[in-house]
Design a protein around this ligand. Structure first.
Ligand SMILES: [Zn+2]
Length: 332
């Protein structure tokens, strides 16, 4: 018995040390994006943690994911039922001026991307665009059918001046035997509360957001299908780094080439580097064993120097609009 307690104590101490071993944000050595006011940019994206991004051209808004509720570490580990956190959702919609929302588009249907889409759609009347699994999350929340669009891969959907296409992709292969965690689909309307493992992946997408000013690729999970983005050219890539350093640097280099080199993007914003068990608004890099931001930064800097030396890598700041397509003539 004493031995068992000793083993448990050692394991718990070991896990908590592992959980606390994190790089700092500064250790990445990446600069912050420029101020939108200085750039006179009309299209901005505001990073709101994990891969939640609010695109805005002054007329229409598009929300990628909209993950505000943030179940705690213990709720996740113990498989407890979680709910949409109404207070945080209301706060986020108000605080970030989400009043002209045309569409909510999750990168896939895992909880850290899609658990709040129904609650947001009901408050804003925005359309939900995604896979059949994503549609079932919206249906379970009571979102009216005419607000739900099941995406056809590659088809263009227009929201104001934004034209959005969802291209088939893969989530990061960081689960058991190179699979993604929580695979499968959601086949029935999913009403809350639910444990987080009810949110199956559904389909994963690379989301292409075109505007008259420029094109942004949102790669919300560090997976790819070889050649899937081939003819695409993009100005900006929002690039998920979640779990990337648990894979090897060769994999990461191919991922970089598929998403950055092949699209010719000149600006890369890493996303999904923060611990999503923290409350909304708190940005702390993930524990190293789940994905090491500092190591990712060394890898990406090397890939950039080797393949794309004109590309800049900038670390988004929570809640601060990023000017996406600053007119280059402003400096002349
Ligand atoms: Zn994720």
């Amino acid at each position: 018995m004493v031995a068992l307690i000793a083993i448990l104590a050692v394991t718990a101490t070991g896990s908590s040390l592992l959980w606390r071993d994190r790089p700092t944000l500064d250790s990445a050595g990446w600069q912050a994006p420029p101020d939108p006011a200085e750039n006179n940019a009309s299209v901005t994206a505001t990073w709101l943690g994990v891969t939640t991004l609010l695109f805005d051209d002054g007329e229409s808004q598009i929300l990628i994911d909209g993950f505000f509720s943030r179940p705690t570490l213990w709720e996740s580990i113990l498989g407890r039922e979680v709910v949409n956190d109404a207070a945080t959702i209301n706060y986020a919609l108000h605080q970030f001026g989400i009043r002209r929302l045309a569409a909510i588009i999750p990168v896939h249907s895992h909880f850290d991307h899609a658990m709040d889409i129904g609650a947001i759609a009901r408050r804003t009347s925005a359309s939900v665009l995604g896979s059949e699994s994503t549609a079932n999350i919206a249906r379970g929340a009571g979102v009216p059918d005419d607000q739900i669009i099941v995406a056809a891969a590659g088809e263009a959907y227009e929201f104001g001046e934004f034209k959005v296409r969802l291209l088939p992709s893969r989530p990061a292969p960081i689960g058991w035997r190179g699979n993604a965690p929580l695979p499968g689909t959601i086949d029935e309307p999913l009403s809350m509360p639910q444990p987080i493992d009810a949110f199956r992946e559904g389909a994963s997408y690379s989301i292409v957001i075109e505007h008259t000013q420029g094109t942004t690729l949102v790669q919300g999970s560090a997976g790819f299908l070889e050649g899937a983005l081939e003819p695409l050219s993009a100005d900006v890539v929002m690039l998920s780094v979640g779990g990337l350093t648990t894979l090897d640097s060769e994999y990461a280099e191919t991922y970089w080439q598929e998403t950055v080199t092949n699209t010719g993007a000149l600006t890369v914003y890493p996303i999904h580097f923060d611990d999503f068990t923290k409350p909304f608004g708190i940005v702390v890099p993930s524990p190293k064993f789940l994905g090491n931001l500092e190591k990712t930064a060394r890898w990406f800097d090397a890939f950039r120097d080797k393949w794309d030396n004109e590309t800049q890598i900038l670390l988004p700041e929570f809640g601060k609009p990023i000017p996406l397509y600053a007119p280059p003539s402003s400096s002349t």
